[in-house]
Design a protein around this ligand. Structure first.
Ligand code: ATP
Length: 300
């Protein structure tokens, strides 16, 4: 095989509960991931060396050296296989960069699946999941897709059944937010108030809404413990959330560490209308309708 193309989705966290800061600097999380239909494509072609290039709207914001998560993933896979392999990786980027939608993790997962196929390794998903967990806490979910609960640092995953499709709009803001800075701001705000941080628990009402495919119930339970920190760093996002709510969003929240904002719509038509409205809003660079859950990284 001389070229393999893999499609891999963005994610939104429909519940992100952040526990107290641990001694190792991480937080215990309860993280309900949901894969949505905004996709990057990762193409892996036969090559002697290891290179990566990026095309698409966000290309200028992605490193094309060893800092690229896709190249790190390909190297980790080659190391796991105990061989020196090469690949020319080309990323077609549609997932906003540094937008809280796990775009880098998606590309890492895409590179794992593409190179596994290109190099004829035939490793099962469980092996790829282990390599993925070492690359970053969102990478295993990008492999798995669908809807899943992550605990620990987010990397211990179990799949969740959902009762149908949910329709979303993602409002993309200008500029990015660093995930590390948003966690640091969350810790700072918590230290300032001095309140006890509860142990993160899975929201049973949210699970029931997902299982039932009940969009109004899901909209009412969307929750992100990083939202206050993201809004403190980017106060303009509050206006974007309000604008979506004013136009009938069933729920609105900052996606992960932001600055993308996610809006739950009643159906596909509502999502299209809401995307049109939000794309005209001054605070939004773009607004994109999408649905979920969708599968994880898959060979095309
Ligand atoms: P998360 O939701 O997992 O917190 P994010 O969506 O906020 O992540 P990413 O799009 O993954 O953020 O980008 C985070 C940083 O990673 C960017 O600043 C970017 O320079 C770097 N990066 C490295 N490789 C990639 C890649 N293949 N695609 C996107 N960003 C990458």
């Amino acid at each position: 095989m001389s070229s393999v193309t893999v499609r891999v989705p963005a994610k939104v966290n429909v519940q992100l509960s952040v526990g107290p800061l641990r001694e190792d600097g991480y937080h215990d999380l309860v993280n309900v991931f949901h894969a949505v239909s905004i996709f990057d494509e990762v193409v892996a072609k036969e090559s002697e060396g290891m290179t990566v290039s990026v095309v698409g709207e966000w290309a200028d914001q992605v490193p094309v050296d060893d800092g690229n998560l896709a190249i790190q993933a390909a190297r980790a896979l080659a190391k796991h296989a105990g061989r020196t392999y090469g690949a020319e990786l080309v990323i077609h980027k549609a997932i906003p960069v540094a937008g809280g939608m796990a775009g880098g993790s998606a590309d890492a997962a895409g590179a794992l699946v593409a190179c596994n196929e290109l190099w004829g390794l035939g490793l099962p998903l469980e092996d790829l999941m282990e390599i993925a967990a070492d690359l970053g806490s969102d990478v295993p979910f990008s492999l798995l897709g669908g809807t899943a609960v992550g605990t620990g640092r987010g990397e211990q995953l179990s799949r969740l059944a959902t009762g149908g499709l949910f329709h979303w709009v993602f409002a993309v803001a200008e500029g990015g937010l660093s995930t590390a800075k948003v966690y640091a701001e969350c810790d700072r705000l918590r230290a300032e108030t001095g309140a006890d941080v509860p142990w993160p628990e899975l929201d049973e009402a949210l699970l029931a809404a997902l299982r039932a495919g009940d969009a109004p119930a899901l909209g009412a339970r969307l929750a992100n413990d990083l939202q206050l920190a993201a809004l403190t760093l980017r106060p303009d996002l509050a206006d974007t959330l309000d604008e979506g709510r004013r136009h009938g969003a069933l729920g609105a929240l900052v996606s992960g560490s932001g600055p993308s904002c996610a809006f739950l719509a009643g159906d596909a038509d509502h999502a299209r209308d809401l995307a049109t409205t939000l794309s005209q809003f001054a605070g939004c660079r773009a607004a994109v309708p999408a649905h979920g859950p969708v599968p994880g990284a898959a060979v095309l």
